[in-house]
Every structure is written in C-alpha cells, then in structure tokens.
Design a protein around this ligand. Structure first.
Ligand SMILES: Nc1ncnc2c1ncn2[C@@H]1O[C@H](COP(=O)(O)OP(=O)(O)OP(=O)(O)O)[C@@H](O)[C@H]1O
Length: 278
C-alpha cells in the first residue's frame, strides 16, 4: 500500500510555540525478572499548548497509558523531563485530572457525592455555597441534574462516563488526561458524548490529552494527533495537524477531501507499523 505523504500537515518534532506542557527526551523502562531492562518509551519529545486538544494513537502496548500516567504523576520517568507550566511533574496534582475508560466512581456515593468529594478534596478554601454551586454547574454541564441522587449502579455506562468527566472538570484542572474515555460506550452514546465534551471544551478551553484507538474520533476532536511507533522503545512517529476550525461539523468534515486524506494518512501509518512488526 502506498503511503501518502501529507507534508503540509505533519511534523516529526514540535517547532511551534506550544510550550504549556513540555516533554523532553522522555524515557521509561522497567526492570523485568526475565528480559532485563524493558524499554517502553524511548525518547519522547512533545510540547502542548494550554488550550490544545491532543489525541494519542498507537498500537496496543506502545506505551500510551504509560505516557499519560507519567504526565499525571502516577508513574516516574526513567530519564528526561516533563514540565507543566514550567514546573517539573513529580507527583499527581489537582492541576491535572485523569478520566479513565472504566469510570472509577465510588459505588457507595451518589452521582452528586462523587463529584462533591473531588471538589472537597481539591477546592479546600471554597465556601460551602461555592462548592454546591460548582457541583450543580458541572452536573448541568453534562446533563446529569436529574440523575444527581442516583448511585453508579443505577445509571448507564454513558452516564457514568459523564460523571467521571464532570468530576474531572469540576476541580478546574489546567490539563485533562483521558485514557480511552469513550472506549466502552455504544456508537450512539459515544458520538453524543464526544460532542458534549467538545462543547464543554470549546466554551472553556484547556489542555487535553486523550488516548484513543479510533482515528475518526481523533480527527473529529483534536487539534493534533500524536502517532506513536510500535513498542518496545516507542517514540512519536509523526504529529498530524488537524486543520478544521472549532466548532466542527462532523458530517461536513467527513465529506471533505481533506478529511479523507488525513484519515487515510493516519490509517496507513498504523498499517505500516503493524506490517513492519510481522
Ligand atoms: N509496571 C510495569 N512493569 C513492567 N512493564 C509494564 C508496566 N506497566 C506497563 N508495562 C509494559 O509497558 C508497555 C506499555 O504499556 P501501556 O499500558 O502504556 O501501553 P498502551 O499503549 O496504553 O496499550 P493499550 O493500547 O493496550 O492500552 C506494555 O508492554 C506493558 O506490558
């Protein structure tokens, strides 16, 4: 299969002024009992702007979640540096919130209480009235006001994911880190929630890094797509710039020649790496 070169949209290294999150020469390896040192990420360089929506795509096991966890402060880099707003990331912090695929809600708390707990932990100096107002605002933002007093096992997967997103946004992080946030949802719910997340982001822009396996989702939502090479020792293979203005019209985008080219380019990249492994 021929690999289309979209040079106007791709770059191997960041040269633009996106310096809110700065990742330099990031290496992550694990000591294993049988195979010695196992290198997962081998020299990742990336900078992201404070209001940019970034997606990360790559084959299973290439280290996408590891990258996100290092930015989240849950894993330590073996070498290299990761800075947010000029400060080295060493541990988790309220400036970065994670949204996982498996919801991770506390089952003994209601929807409202799950969001309130995060607000209480992070916004310690806010008054009670302010906290109530923040929780209500974020419940409304994801259309969950009427489900506020239900427990996680009384609501659907899409609703649970909306609680996770509302909880993450309620503490007003500088950066939102999402690990396949729509992966467990049916196609219709997925599409609605993608739109909802974009609506929220467009009204209140912040830095977002989202892992996905879905090229269409990545093109629809992101400003840039990070295409990872296969692991072990994965790196950034290419960065694909998505030129469509926000807010985006999914149907109009999909019918454009440019969308078709971007989609093929990303799929060919993934195919090429997949084939080279065989
Ligand atoms: N604590 C650990 N110890 C040893 N190896 C690990 C550890 N955590 C992750 N790995 C390895 O690092 C590699 C990357 O894992 P990671 O979960 O980041 O990949 P991924 O790209 O997110 O995969 P997927 O798309 O399947 O979720 C895998 O080979 C995994 O087995």
């Amino acid at each position: 299969m021929e690999y289309t070169a979209l040079s106007k949209h791709t770059e191997l290294k960041n040269t633009a002024n996106h310096g809110f999150l700065q990742i330099e020469n990031l290496v992550k390896s694990y000591a294993t009992p049988d195979k010695g040192n196992f290198v997962v990420l081998d020299g990742v360089n990336l900078t992201i702007g404070e209001d940019e929506y970034i997606s990360v795509i790559g084959h299973s096991g290439c280290g996408k979640s590891t990258l996100l966890k290092i930015i989240g402060g849950f894993e330590k880099a073996t070498s290299g540096s990761v800075r947010l707003d000029g400060r080295e990331i060493r541990k988790p912090g309220a400036d970065r919130m994670m949204v996982f695929q498996n919801y991770s809600l506390l089952p003994w708390l209601t929807v409202r209480e799950n969001i309130r707990l995060a607000v209480d932990e992070v916004l310690k100096n806010a008054s009670r009235a302010e906290k109530i107002s923040i929780v209500n605002e974020h419940l409304a933002m994801v259309n969950l006001t009427s489900a506020a007093d239900k427990y996680p096992d009384e609501i659907s997967g899409g609703m649970k994911q909306r609680v996770g997103i509302a909880r993450a946004l309620a503490i007003r992080p500088k950066m939102l880190l999402m690990d396949e946030p729509f992966g467990a949802l049916d196609a219709l719910t997925r599409s609605k929630l993608q739109r909802q997340v974009l609506d929220i982001w467009e009204n209140n822009r912040q830095a977002v890094m989202m892992i996905t396996h879905d090229v269409d989702e990545a093109i629809y939502m992101s400003d840039r797509i990070i295409l990872m090479t296969n692991g072990p020792a994965a790196k950034i293979g290419e960065i694909l710039e998505i030129p469509f203005e926000h807010p985006r019209d999914r149907m109009a985008m999909r019918n454009s020649q440019e969308y078709f080219e971007l989609r093929n380019h990303a799929l060919n990249f993934l195919d090429r790496y997949f084939t080279s492994e065989e």
